[in-house]
Design a protein around this ligand. Structure first.
Ligand code: BES
Ligand code: MN
Ligand code: ZN
Length: 505
């Protein structure tokens, strides 16, 4: 996979770079500071190009001027930042993506990052810009042995980027946070993109265990231990697969000791179905390959733990993932089976393809009992129905706690990884009552995402809890300024922001 950007910070200066990047506001003028630096000849030739192309500096518009007169560069990339009203918080990240999309064949890029009265240029802005660049540059091409000849975005190999700005010392100080978040998103994308013959539960657990290098404490529970604990709902899903199931607990203790004893840790739980055939209730063949991404929730949890640990977040967080493969074979779980979950509640299996909730029910209960967390958030590619309800622009949010919901909503707006709340209610809960057991694992044709969430709610007790149904956002999402990858790594930026804004310090 190429993640081949080297980003450094310095004072603004003219260098002999392949590409020079300049930001243009919607007045269409080259800012004074930039004019001074590039000189009047270059300013004149750029002005002519701007006029000839009727470039208006609209937010995220771009114009490439090849080999302009008066400058020793291969190209100047003009990037629109629009007017004051266009300046949204996520813009620096997206702008980083837009810039990277215009690198062309350049091996070196000089970004002149000058601010103005209504355009903030500080360390945090630079960190966001760099984050957007890294996310846009990401490719998952490790299995493409014949190098793609024409990569529309950029040349192959490492590109060095220099961000020139007066607050470059400040930028160097905060750069680590953007880098850590980018690394976390990229880790999540790699896990989602990886094929299911490579990434089985054991290999997934091994990769999660690598977080120990960053100081994350890892516990891997194998099938023997899971059976002893009593996670029979989770084990039932994996029993038709020749691959063993695993649960991984990741612990990051970054908060000061005094604080951590007062309230329990935050707990983030992920569905990690490494491949979902549907089991005996087998899925149709068309598009089944996409079900390698049914571990997007677990991938997000691992990516988030990476980001938090790498930037040494001052918070205590438990990450927990349930890793299974849902396959049909002679030993597979049947519709009609009744399993006893870790909570003691019994579940009648109606459809073996509603497996994610069985995995999560046990992990949620385990985390609640074991760690007494102050809140739990689970992420899961749980239902096709959430795609019908919300499409690919919002994840479904379900929660028993309004404050938690509002915070997740706000972090979504701030990062562009948006969520939309859907209801929970006793009337929906009734739909999963069973004739033979305490509950059944499907609730019929209507409100599929809600009845799935009602199922999970039966495993969280009184703990403030939110469930994010990410079936529409974790994979196969439409390409964006900052993502050209099938696996999007959705949720890492959202939850990193959620933690940073409300639970650190
Ligand atoms: N992993 C699927 C949900 C899914 C669908 C994720 C499309 C990503 C894209 C889940 O395990 C599933 O199969 N859900 C069923 C539930 C049904 C049997 C009640 C569904 O959505 O059809
Ligand atoms: Mn399924
Ligand atoms: Zn599934």
């Amino acid at each position: 996979m190429s993640d081949a950007l080297k980003i450094a910070y310095s004072a603004p200066e003219l260098t002999k770079a392949g590409s020079l990047v300049l930001f243009i506001a919607d007045d269409g003028h080259i800012p004074e500071a930039a004019r001074k630096l590039i000189g009047s000849t270059a300013t004149q030739s750029l002005k002519r190009a701007i006029e000839a192309e009727e470039f208006k500096g609209k937010a995220r518009a771009a114009l490439t001027v090849t080999a302009p007169h008066g400058l020793d560069v291969e190209r100047v990339i003009l990037i629109g930042i629009g007017g004051e009203k266009d300046r949204k918080e996520t813009d620096y990240v997206r702008l980083g993506g837009v810039i990277t999309g215009r690198f062309g064949a350049a091996k070196s890029v000089n970004v002149l990052f000058f601010g103005s009265a209504d355009w903030r240029v500080d360390g945090a802005a630079a960190s966001d810009l760099a984050l957007g660049m890294r996310l846009r540059a990401y490719r998952f091409d490790k299995y493409q042995t014949k190098k793609r000849e024409k990569d529309a975005d950029r040349a192959t190999g490492t590109v060095s980027v220099k961000i020139g700005m007066s607050a470059h010392l400040d930028a160097k100080k905060v750069a680590k946070s953007g880098e850590s978040i980018a690394d976390g998103v990229i880790l999540a994308r790699n896990l989602v993109n990886e094929p299911p013959n490579v990434l089985d539960p054991v290999e997934f657990a091994r990769r999660a265990s690598e977080l120990s290098k960053l100081g994350v404490e890892i516990t891997v529970l194998d099938e023997k231990q899971l059976a002893k604990i009593g996670m029979r709902a989770l084990l039932g899903v994996g029993q038709g697969s020749s691959k063993e199931s695993r649960v991984v607990i990741m612990r990051w203790n970054g908060a000061k000791a005094a604080k951590s004893t007062k309230t329990g840790p935050l707990a983030i739980i992920g569905k990690g179905v490494v491949f979902d055939t549907g089991g005996i209730s087998i899925k149709p063949a068309g598009g089944m390959e996409d079900m390698k991404g049914d571990m997007g929730g677990a991938a997000c949890v691992v990516g988030l733990m990476h980001a938090l640990a790498a930037r040494k977040a001052k918070v205590n967080v438990i990450g927990a993932i349930g890793l299974v493969e849902n396959m049909p074979d002679g030993n597979a779980q049947r519709p009609g089976d009744i399993v006893t979950s870790l909570s003691g509640q019994t579940i009648e299996i109606i459809n073996t393809d509603a497996e994610g909730r069985l995995v999560l029910g046990d992990v949620l209960w385990y985390v609640k009992e074991q760690f007494k967390p102050s809140l739990m958030i689970d992420l899961a590619t749980l239902t096709g129905a959430v795609l019908v309800a919300l499409g690919q622009d919002n994840a479904g949010l379900f929660s028993n706690d309004d404050t938690l919901s509002e915070r997740l909503y706000a972090a979504g707006v701030a990062t562009g990884e948006t969520v939309w709340r859907l209801p929970l209610a006793p009337s929906y809960d009734k739909m999963i009552d069973s004739k033979f057991a305490d509950m059944k694992n499907t609730g019929g044709r209507y409100a599929g995402s809600i009845t799935a969430a009602q199922f999970l709610k039966r495993f969280v007790g009184e703990t403030p809890w939110a469930h994010l149904d990410i079936a529409g956002t974790a994979m196969g999402s439409p390409e964006s300024d900052i993502n050209k990858s099938w696996g999007s790594g959705w949720g890492v930026r959202l939850l990193d922001r959620f933690v940073a804004d409300y639970y650190e310090g």
